[in-house]
Write a protein that binds this ligand. Structure first.
Ligand code: KIV
Length: 278
């Protein structure tokens, strides 16, 4: 209670406040890092409390609040417009809906590119106000200094190389990355800067396999073949919430269709006065 009062006196918004003596320990970045070389583990994106809870109930303890938020929740065509405030809002919701999972918050475009200080300030907000356990940012050699600055402050960082959606539409596009030399240099730079894990997005599977063997930190593949230490997919692709999903994704459900059918049944019952029952 004393802690709660001290926090509110300081005007800090705490997203999650376990009662005294009941603190729940979340999976740490160190524990994720130590999964390297053991069984492959799943990661999924989530953007709100309900789906964070569903993921945790499904036994997934590594959740990314991705800036894919822009595409699948906020209705943008790309991730570039997503703001730090939007990431904070959705990270807090996922944290509130989960108890044990490690929550990674994506750093949106513009929140880390300008300077190390800016990057660290944004990362601190995602941890302190968002309640995330680690942050992720896109880029290899070019963003190594940002990763170093954040990691040096004690905040665990995930790197992200291959296709970087925040800038893909500005130039390089979404085609499979096959430049072995660049991918290796980026992967090494991210690890050497202090990241504890790295996303490989739409990377040639053979190169992803070699990078996984070369690095001491876990690789998290998305469209990068079968040999990564972990796999991540966007929740809405896994659940089939939109008519189309990327070719590398697998639809494990058709929730979009199920939702439309349920809403159609509801609307029909209201129109025909079957609901509410008299
Ligand atoms: O924003 C996101 O969902 C991501 C994953 C696709 C890795 O960065």
């Amino acid at each position: 209670m004393a802690t709660k009062q001290a926090n509110s006196a300081a005007g800090e918004a705490r997203p999650y406040e376990p009662a005294a003596g009941t603190a729940v320990r979340r999976v740490t970045a160190g524990a994720i890092r130590r999964r390297k070389g053991h069984a492959i583990f799943p990661m999924i994106t989530a953007y709100d409390a309900a789906f964070g809870r569903f993921a945790e109930e499904a036994g997934i303890d590594y959740i990314l609040v991705g800036d894919s938020l822009g595409n699948v929740v906020l209705g943008y065509d790309e991730t570039t417009p997503v703001t730090l405030e939007q990431m904070l809002h959705h990270t807090q919701a996922v944290v509130r809906g989960t108890t044990r999972a490690h929550i990674v918050a994506d750093m949106p475009f513009g929140s880390y590119q300008v300077s190390d200080e800016d990057a660290l300030r944004s990362a601190i907000r995602l941890i302190k106000e968002g309640g995330a356990q680690s942050v992720k940012l896109e880029g290899g050699v070019h963003e190594a200094d940002r990763i170093r600055a954040i990691a040096a402050s004690g905040i665990p960082v995930v790197g992200h190389i291959g296709v970087n959606p925040q800038t893909a539409s500005l130039g390089p596009g979404y085609k499979v990355r096959t430049n072995r030399e660049k991918l290796f240099a980026d992967a090494r730079a991210v690890q050497n800067a202090g990241a504890y894990a790295i996303v490989l997005e739409v990377v040639d599977p053979g190169i992803a396999s070699e990078i996984t063997a070369m690095l001491a930190i876990p690789t998290i593949g998305i469209g990068a073949g079968t040999d990564c230490d972990s796999q991540v997919l966007v929740l809405h692709d896994v659940l089939g919430m939109y008519p189309h999903s990327p070719s590398f994704a697998k639809r494990f459900g058709e929730i979009g269709q199920a939702a439309t059918e349920a809403l159609r049944a509801y609307a029909s019952d209201v129109r025909e006065k079957r609901f509410p029952a008299g």
